[in-house]
Write a protein of this length. Structure first.
Length: 343
């Protein structure tokens, strides 16, 4: 790569002129949460009426606070996963960080809020100075994880009804990180400007990085974190779900007490190894706030995306009903909301 020391060069590569508002309108993966969930909310209300409980979902994963909807410890959930399937990690309580806490870790490391949503606050930290800056700018408990350099990332959605001996994978989503390919003339900024997805991430990059000119054929990864809000593209890989893959995650899931519904986020070397139960690490496990993120692949289509979403919510309802019969109580309405807002 060559660093252009002056201002960003005039565009040598044709700039994507699609207005941001139009691009977000025609690509439902960029819709605001409230807009995408608006049709789904009516189905949730229907299920609540059917269950005769507005908090029917709170007993779906009885061993996780609020079943993993909101304000639950991600670190606490990870503790139930066997060590061989997860990276080394520690929980840092608010105000308790010190250099001694990270003894045994080597940079780079991953930091993330213990109670975070949709990838917010996740960072790749390169040195102790960046870590101290992260601590200063992110009050609250946070997790430090060793960085896993496996090249592939995926999201695996797992569901098992209490009456079933074996669960199933209902969504398998691979991830394609945001990157550009150099042609020897254009800066990274110019290359990013030619793609609607990449253009949305320009404001997050440092000027010196944007002014760099990659060599011809050189691939530059823009983001090292595989989150949608950082330009990562989710790819519907449901056709890759196999019995072997299901067996791996069924075995892990049944190690977690009263876990029936959620999504694993993981890194792995290749699909063959993943199906064999080796060379992968689970970096996060989400509860009922999980989404089957294959739906955000535009090739899935909006109608099928909603259909799959409704099916997952119906499964959640059926798990709740079975758990209620087994004696797992749902949280009362007012207790639930008081807990959410710390009243």
């Amino acid at each position: 790569m060559v660093l252009h020391s002056n201002i960003i060069l005039p565009h040598l590569k044709k700039k994507n002129t699609t207005p941001v508002w139009f691009g977000k309108l025609v690509n439902y993966e960029y819709w605001p949460i409230w807009l995408f969930y608006f049709p789904i909310s009516f189905y949730i209300i229907y299920l609540a009426c059917k269950a005769k409980s507005t908090t029917y979902f709170t007993n779906v994963n009885p061993n996780i606070k609020h079943s993993g909807l909101f304000r639950y410890s991600k670190f606490g959930v990870l503790q139930h996963i066997p060590d061989e399937y997860k990276p080394k990690g520690i929980l840092i309580k608010q105000g308790e960080f010190s250099d001694l806490k990270i003894h045994g870790f080597t940079f780079p490391i991953i930091t993330k809020p213990d109670m975070g949503e949709r990838g917010k606050g996740v960072a790749l930290i390169q040195d102790i100075y960046a870590l101290k800056k992260y601590v200063a700018n992110n009050p609250g408990d946070f997790i430090i994880q060793e960085y896993c350099d496996f090249q592939e990332e995926a999201a695996v959605f797992y569901i098992r009804k209490p009456s079933e001996k074996k669960g199933r994978i209902t969504s398998f989503t691979t991830k394609k990180f945001l990157e550009v390919t150099g042609e020897g003339k254009s800066t990274i900024c110019q290359l990013m400007s030619s793609s609607f997805r990449a253009k949305l991430q320009i404001h997050r990059q440092k000027p010196e990085f944007l002014n760099t000119i990659p060599q011809k054929g050189e691939k530059i990864k823009i983001e090292a974190i595989g989150n949608h809000n950082r330009g990562t593209r989710f790819i519907n890989a449901n056709h890759l779900i196999t019995d072997q893959l299901t067996d791996v995650f069924d075995q892990i899931s049944q190690c977690i007490p009263d876990f029936f519904y959620g999504r694993y986020d993981l890194k792995y070397t290749n699909l063959s190894d993943l199906e064999s139960g080796k060379n992968f690490q689970i970096v996060e496990l989400n509860g009922i706030n999980s989404e089957p993120v294959h739906i955000y692949d535009q090739s899935t289509g909006l109608i099928l995306a909603y259909k799959d979403f409704f099916k997952h919510y119906h499964d959640m309802y059926e798990i709740s009903v079975e758990n209620k019969k087994a004696g797992h109580k749902r949280i009362e309405f007012w207790s639930f909301w008081k807990s959410i807002f710390n009243i």
